[in-house]
Design a protein around this ligand. Structure first.
Ligand code: ADP
Ligand code: F6P
Length: 323
């Protein structure tokens, strides 16, 4: 293999740049040419490629976002879109592709491989940490720390004013990030999409806490909770709780930006090196992942077939500690 491509796709995640750097430098180390593809799969449709060398990725290990930009590409869901993407790769003699993204991006990569014989390796990049085949995804640790820092700040003012706060954390389809943010931030309640929300139980629990001497409370609401967004839950709960009113904070996209943590940089570096070396070994249709601190190759389909299941034990821990 003489030439490979790298792209970032789906929601951006802190540490994607560290992964791009690792991929580009590993290719250079092994004497392989590498092309950066801009705006995910859209860049393949629009022929937006640029040859990258090791110096093009200097000074990005500490930067959030992705220098290659990212996008969600509707046309890639269709066979015609993927055929056009494959044409671009073949016209540029790119035989292998490193796809940095989540399970949606992997589904696209697998189809590109099956339909057009493009060698593909996935690198897990998403703040949600909700895909199979890896213990951690790049970006999750940074996003978690941003959320926890925000909760700590909210705790100060909640305590001072003896208030109830609802804090919305990202994760449309997964409550993992919200759950961990709540445990680390010492939240009184954590609402996640995986567990149906019982508003009356929530009110009772907040009131019991007040009866036991709590003078403020923080409720974490995952973006995708069945009871609605934090603002909706606050409306249903505040007046009938002892607090009578509530404040709402949506952390939102703050979690996706900013300097990646050391953990995410190291994870991205290890996975990026392995991804390129896997392509050079002739591997395809696989993702690189971290398993018990070992970098392993797993089938791309594991990302969705073995999707990380929500562990109710975390909820139990949170409940015990909210006593
Ligand atoms: P993530 O990779 O973070 O899960 P998305 O689900 O938004 O993000 O997927 C990113 C992109 O991957 C989509 O915009 C689309 O171009 C491509 N993609 C996702 N799912 C599929 C699919 N089933 N078939 C083909 N392409 C897909
Ligand atoms: O998948 C990553 C993620 O940040 C989710 O946590 C969130 O629900 C979603 O993307 C938000 O997506 P958008 O980029 O459309 O705001």
């Amino acid at each position: 293999m003489k030439r490979i491509g790298v792209l970032t796709s789906g929601g951006d995640a802190p540490g994607m740049n560290a992964a791009i750097r690792a991929v580009v430098r590993t290719a250079a180390y092994h004497g392989v040419e590498i092309f950066g593809i801009y705006r995910g799969y859209q860049g393949l449709l629009d022929n937006q490629l640029k040859k990258l060398g090791p110096r093009d990725v200097s000074g990005i290990i500490n930067r959030g976002g992705t220098i290659l930009r990212t996008a969600r590409c509707q046309a890639f869901y269709e066979p015609e879109g993927r055929a056009k993407a494959a044409e671009t790769l073949k016209a540029n003699q790119i035989e292998g592709l490193v796809v940095i993204g989540g399970d949606g991006s992997y589904r696209g990569a697998l189809k590109l491989q099956e339909e057009h014989g493009i060698q593909c390796i996935g690198v897990p990049g998403t703040i949600d940490n909700d895909i199979g085949g890896t213990d951690f995804t790049i970006g999750y640790d940074t996003a978690l720390n941003v959320a926890v820092e925000a909760i700590d700040r909210i705790r100060d003012t909640a305590d001072s004013h003896e208030r109830l706060f609802f804090v919305e954390v990202m994760g449309r389809h997964s409550g993992y990030l919200a759950m961990m943010s709540g445990i680390a931030g010492g939240a009184e309640e954590i609402l996640v999409p995986e567990i149906p929300t019982d508003i009356q139980r929530l009110v009772d629990h907040l009131n019991q806490g007040a009866a036991k001497g709590k003078t403020s409370a923080i409720v974490i609401v995952a973006e995708g909770d069945d009871a609605g967004h934090a603002i909706d839950v606050a409306k249903k709960v505040a007046e009938v709780s002892q607090y009578k009113e509530a404040r709402v904070v949506v952390i939102g996209h703050l979690q996706r930006g900013g300097t990646p943590s050391a953990f995410d940089r190291i994870l991205a570096s290890r996975l990026g090196v392995r991804a390129v070396e896997a392509l050079l070994e002739g591997e395809t249709g696989k993702m690189v992942g971290l398993n018990a601190n070992h970098v392993l190759l797993r089938p791309l389909s594991e990302a969705w077939e073995c999707r990380t299941q929500f562990d109710p034990e975390y909820m139990r821990v949170a409940h015990v500690l909210a006593t």
